[in-house]
Each structure stands twice: as C-alpha cells, then as structure tokens.
Ligand binder design. Sequence first.
Ligand code: GLU
Length: 484
Amino acid sequence: MRVRFAPSPTGSLHIGSARTALYNYLFARHSGGSFVLRVDDTDLARSDGALEASILEDLRWLGLAWDEGPDVGGPSGPYRQSERSRQHMAAAEHLLATGQAYRCFCPEERLEELRRAALAEGRTPRYDRRCLALPEREVRRRLDAGEPAAIRFRVPAGEVVVDDLIRGRVVIGADALSDPIIVRSEGLAGYNFASVVDDRDMGITHVIRGDDHLTNTARQQLLFEALGGPAPRWAHHSMVLGRDGGKLSKRHGATAVGDYRDLGYLPEAIVNYLALLGWSHGEDEVLDLDRLVAEFDFAKLSSSPAVFDLAKLDWLDHERIMALAPEEHERRFAERLPAGTPPQAAAALAAAFQPSLVRYGDAPAAAAAVLAPPPAPPDLLAVALAAAPQLTRMRELRAGAPEWLTPAGARDLLATYRAWGKERGIGARDLLMPLRIALTSAQHGPELPFVLAALDRETALSRLDLTLAGNAAGEPTPTPGDQP
Ligand code: GLU
C-alpha cells in the first residue's frame, strides 16, 4: 500500500487538507504501507518555498510523519512536481504518439469566447475540438513556425464509473469532461496530468482526498487507462463545512492549522477532532493517534459533509489538557506567559487552571486575572473593607511566611487563618471572600491556596495594605489612568 498527500504550496495548511493528510497517514500506518509527501507545485506563479516549509512544519507539528518526501528523499523522488517535468513530457509524448492526445493552438481569447457562449446558453463549457480536426501536416508546419501549442487529452466517449472506497459506485457523465489541457503551451504539465504521471511513477495504490476532486478523478482515471496502467483505488472523503453549510472558510473563523497552533490548541486534540469528523465511532471519543491507526477503516467514514464544531474541538482540547502529566502541562502553560513571570507563580497558576483550561492560548488571560488584576469595583471593595480584622490577621500570617509559598504551604497558612477565625466565630465566607477580593479584586477565581502561592510575599502584603488603607482613609482603590 502506498498513499500520498499532495499539497499545493499556494497557501498555508487548511484544516480540511490536514484531515486529508491524516486519513492518508492513518490508512498507511493501519495497513503497514508507505505515506508519501509530494509537493504539487506545477502552478509556479503561485507556489512559494516558504509556504511549502510551513506546510511541512504544520504536518510535523500534528505528528503526521511521512516516509518519503522532498525533505527526507526516498526511492521515488524527486518529490516536487516541478522537478518531474521530464517524466510528464515523456508521458505526454506517448499519448500524442498513440493518438490519445493532440496539439491545440487555440488562443486564450477563443477559449474564453467558447466558455462565455456556453454559459450564456446554460451549457457546461467544453472545448469544441477544433484542433483535433487539424491535418498532421498543418500541425507540423505550425509547430515548426514556433506557434505556441498546448497538448490536450482526447477524452474517450462514454461515462466514467469511479469505484470509490467511501462512496461506492460514482458515475460521471462524459459531458462533464471537456478534453483537458495536459501540457500548457509554456511546456508545463497541468495538475490532472502531472498528478496521474507522478502517482503512476511513485506506485501510488490508493488516492485518498476530498470529494471536491471527483470530476478530476474521472479525468485522471481515463488518463491512467490511456497510459496503460490500472488506476489506483479511490477514496473520496466528505468536505468540512462551516455552521451555515458553506465550505469552511475564513468567515467561519480560523481555518489554518497554524491558526489553531497560535490559539494554543494541542496537536493531539486537533488530530483527534479531525479524525472523528464524519467518522462513525462509539462512545469513546478521546483517542490518540495509535488508537486512530488501529481503528481506521474506510467503511466508518461517512460520505455526507461534516460540520466543523468548535465547541467539540474545545471539549477535546480540554480533555487532553486534563490528561497531561502535571509537569508537561506546567511547561506548556508557562511558555505562554509573559517573559519575566516568576516560575513559582507560573507553577501555581498552571496547577490552578489545569482542571478548567480550554486551550493554552487562554493561559495569559487566566494568569493575568491573578498576577495583574484590575482594581476592585466599589461594591466588592466594600465587602473587603468590612473585614479589616481578618485581613489584618492574614497580613500578619503572610508577613511571617516565606517569600514564596508552595500550594501546600499556602493551604497550611489558610488553615491557621481559618482556625483563628473559628475561635472568634467568623464563618469561612467572611474569612475567605474578603481575602479573595483583596488579592484578586474578584469574587471568583482559582482556589485560594493557588492564588496565595502565585503571589510573592511583597505583592500579597501590598495588596492587603492597599485594601486596608482604603478602609482607614475611606478612599477608593486608585484606578490605572488616574493621574495625580
Ligand atoms: N494539489 C492538489 C490539492 O491540493 C492535490 C489533490 C490530489 O490529492 O490529487 O488539492
């Protein structure tokens, strides 16, 4: 079994293309075959080396390692289509020599006219085969005179039946297939032809891609037959749609794999999510790559379009975060925080938020709510001010403790504070809520031991002092932007 993922380096890796790559990867690993990465860069004007590099990086980040490709080489190289022109031309010559292809001298303006006329009459635009009728002598003469000519494939009459591993038998009427240009007049092979020649030369046994390629597949199957080989097996998976039923695009939000990386999603959550989009599976939804490989089966893939559901991705990402080892989670959390964040603070906050974080991109805001809170609104400040004796006691306790508390140390400190309050008949709420407001300006947030462990002694004391000073002086907490 040999499969390939064949991105065009004309944009960054789209989430839908990543799903195509993933299915190819899963099938290759499931069947013990090879996963080939081929760069379809025949559109030289729009192809870009930097985009190629970014696509490879995104695939690596997702964990989809390939066995052969432009960077690692392999027995079927080169793995960039632009470097395979010789093979494309040889195959085109073969089709010309066997009468299955012909030269076309029609200028772009004429083709455009044909297109316009067809559309105006409600017909599918098709090439009218004017150049197929040219006598051999005239073709020679015009070529010798240096007239530019494309090469067209002569599509045989009759419908094309594509036997698809996901969709079953798909019939494509020959009317849909105009004689495609296989080599453009500048001498470069077009996508359909280059793809067939390369798939043949690379021994590709299964072509797995989106069902937006079905019409191309009909042309390609005919081209495989014309070149005298069997076509590979086809598997066309459904497309990913946005909530409104349109093809997933920028207006639905992030569409590039790199966008999701920047937002701080885990690659394993994305892979998990993409695999299960349009895959009928049991109760178990949190699956790692190994499980996905083991369970991959074309029969499980739906032929109906799948709707991209960000809430589901968020849920999977959250599940993945909760399942990470605490040290791994802490590393990922800390690397998102502003430079200079004390490691003790990062560690305490990482632990605080592991049970609730949805994506690592939320880490800076979660941490800032503790490390750099806004001033407390007056009503909350009043709650804190009403508890001056408690805050004064906490001030004493915190002043006598180390510069940084561990969460366990903070828990002990709070236990002492609560015991003190209990002796005086002060309930937990009247002890803890004023303290939380004094430290974070908010009524809700991570557990207090983590808050105390995230703030060094000086910071904790100064926040308590500020609140207490507000009490003594009856002044509201200054807000940033208040100039003296
Ligand atoms: N370069 C094509 C694309 O990006 C490849 C399609 C195929 O798998 O043949 O859509």
